[in-house]
Every structure is written in structure tokens, then in C-alpha cells.
Design a protein around this ligand. Sequence first.
Ligand code: GLN
Length: 450
Amino acid sequence: INVSDLVDESYKRINEVDGKVNAFLTLDEENARNKAKALDGKVGDNPLFGIPAGIKDNIVTKNLITTCASKMLENFDPIYDATVMEKLNAENVITIGKLNMDEFAMGSTTENSAFKVTRNPWNLDTVPGGSSGGSAAAVASGQIPFALGSDTGGSIRQPAAFCGVVGMKPTYGRVSRYGLVAFASSLDQIGPITRNVRDNAFVLQSISGVDQHDSTTVNKDVPNYTDSLTGDIKGLKIAVPKEYLGQGVSEASRQSVLDALKVLEGLGATWEEVSLPHSEYGVATYYLLASSEASANLARFDGVRYGYRTPNPKNLMELYKKTRSEGFGDEVKRRIMLGTYALSSGFYDAYYKKAQQARTLIKQDFDNIFEKYDVIVGPTTPTPAYKIGEMVDDQVTMYARDLLTIPVNLAGLPGISVPCGFTNGLPLGLQIIGKHFDEETIYRVAHAFE
Ligand code: GLN
């Protein structure tokens, strides 16, 4: 087959279903078709050669509008490519378009987008999850074979779980954040969303590695991830935190994990219940730290340098105020206020510093478990996808539902979500968490399971 046929398939499918799903914000059809034509008749020696992809709209793409689903960046036309885009382009991946998300990646339903509401392909009355909801929905509905998302507190894994696809949040430092519009820099990572584990391993392979533009990337060899897809997990030691099957976790999620553990046992793994005693502080710690970092990162949107600018301001102060009041949505403003408060003098020790201390304790909990076990397994989310609108006026309940994904970001660990069943026609996800830079073992387990 020709690359043009693949690209054609993708746009055909988009025409068929995206009127209902609403996953894409921008399509790049002319460029994609031209690029494909230039590759027709050629055979690549890399697995991603000519493969169509969708990109979350907080990853900058040269000459392709990148909005972060915010009015603030509605017409922002980046002058450079993110490092992950350079890497994908070098492999001749074809960018089909940019995908919807919660504004600046803040949210868990994609309803915080300034532009459209994306729907879950399994049930159009429910949300696809978030913040990478467009990415997960586009892959789940067969519009593209893979998408890139970003995960600060679960935004790859949670939508992957809600949409029944595979989503990997790599170790902090594995993938360059250069060109990812910063939300909370100490937590953000880019990762792949795919239909199966093998595809996921291929994509992570190609976007990983040290980058001179991101000093938090680590200079470590990138393993051949597909080598670990042997199906063999005999002797593997699994830890199951009791906090991940306890309060706040639905019976359906709990049962799907217990069933998955039976499958893994059947493949020769063993599991034991363990405790991550500080995980109850995860949500509070995360929302404090992430908001603090966001308040600093989003200070750059001031109407002066780029992005939205209020028309006819009377003076500089009014320019700042009106630009930011008009350009940001409610949830983004909420986070900026919370973060600015937490970082202000007099409150810093009580909030930010305390949260940093709690973060260390949460990380130590994981370190202790990984002295004895190879992976940690639990549900990705405490429930399946919500009804559209159900959470809009209840952000605090929505924050609390991030309890199973957030600790992984706080500790900088890698974690994947793979489909592990259905309840009432909606998918559920199994989360597999690994040691730092041990994505290989995660893939091995995920592949054996799927
Ligand atoms: N739901 C979380 C939040 O709103 C996670 C977001 C993310 O991972 N980008 O902050």
C-alpha cells in the first residue's frame, strides 16, 4: 500500500465520524496529502514510516496552529516544532491534525476546551476523559492509528481508560518537553496513545531520548521496547496497593482489576497486597503543586508577546488584566488564583513547602515497594466515563477522581493504562506502574495481558 492510501483512509474516517466525536480542532489535510504523495512508492525501514498521527494541541507544530484549546492561543502559529515532532517527522510520520483537550491541559473531561466538547466514541453521551480527550477519542474511533498526549496528573492514562485504548505516561525525563506548552513543568510528560501495546512501544521508542533543549531529559540509552514483548511474565512480582482498591473506587473497577490479576497469575506472575500509606495526600499535594507551577508558567500570556490581546486597552495594567480575563477560561483562572495564593509570601511554608514534603513521602512509598516488586497494578480510574455535563459544576469531585493517576506523576514514575473490561458498555483501564526508566517491564506485562 501507498502512504497516500493510509492518509486517505484517515481523512475518510474523520469525515465519517468526527462530526459526532469532535476530536479534532485543526486538520492539516493539504500538507498531509502532499507529504504522503512524496513518500508513495518508497519503503521505509522504520515501523512508523508513513503512519498517520494526531497531535494534542498543546504540542507545538511549526506552521500549524497550536491553541491549547484556549482563546488565548486561538491564532497562535508556532515558528518551531517540538522535539517530539522533529523526531516523528524524521521517521516520516504524517501529521493529520491537532486534537482537542482541556484548556492548557487542566481538566479530566475535555469539557474545559474553549472550542468544542469531544464525545466518547463508546457512548456519545459520555466524556472521553481528559485532558487528552481528543487524542484518546480519535484513536478509539479509528480516525488515526496513534496520537500524542500529555500527562501531568493522569491526562494520558485516564482518557485512554475511558476510551478503551492504550496510553503510556513515560518516566519523567524520558521524553523531551521542549515544545510542550508548560502546565506544571515538574510533572508534565508527553506520551503515546494507541490501539495496542506494540504500537505504543514503537511510538515511545521514536520520541524518547536526551535533548539539549530540555535539561530534565536523562542521558540514558533508549531500549528497544518491542524486544520486551515476549509474552513471558513468569516469576514477575506484582504489588497491589490496598489504597487503590479501597474507598472511592467503584465495585466495577475493583472487580476488573481482580479479574486481571487472575489472568496475570495464570501467566505465572504472583501478586500481594501492599500499602502506599501517603497516597491519601496525593490529590491535595498535586493540585497545590500543579497550580503553583501553572501560575508561574502562565504568567507569560500577558497580551504583549504573542497570543490574544484585548482590543484598545487604556494602559499597560488594563492590557494585562483584560487580556487575561478575556483570554483564559474559568478553570485556568481558578488554578492561577490558587497557585498564586499558595506561592505568596506568608503562605509559602504552609502550602507549597508542605506539599513538596508530602511529595517526597509519596515518592518514598513507591521506592519501598519497588525494592521487592517489579510492577504495581491497580485500576486507572475509580469509575468509567462520566456523563457529559455531570462534572461541570463539581470540579472538586472531579479532582478527587484523579487519586489513582496523580501519585505516579508526583513520583516521576512511568505508568500505562490498558483496556481491562467493560461496565455498562463503557471501558475500564488497568494501570501498570513501573520503576523509573523501566518502561520495558511495563510493556512486557501489558502485552502479555492484552
Ligand atoms: N485532571 C488533572 C488536572 O486537571 C490532570 C491533568 C493532566 O494530566 N494534564 O490537572
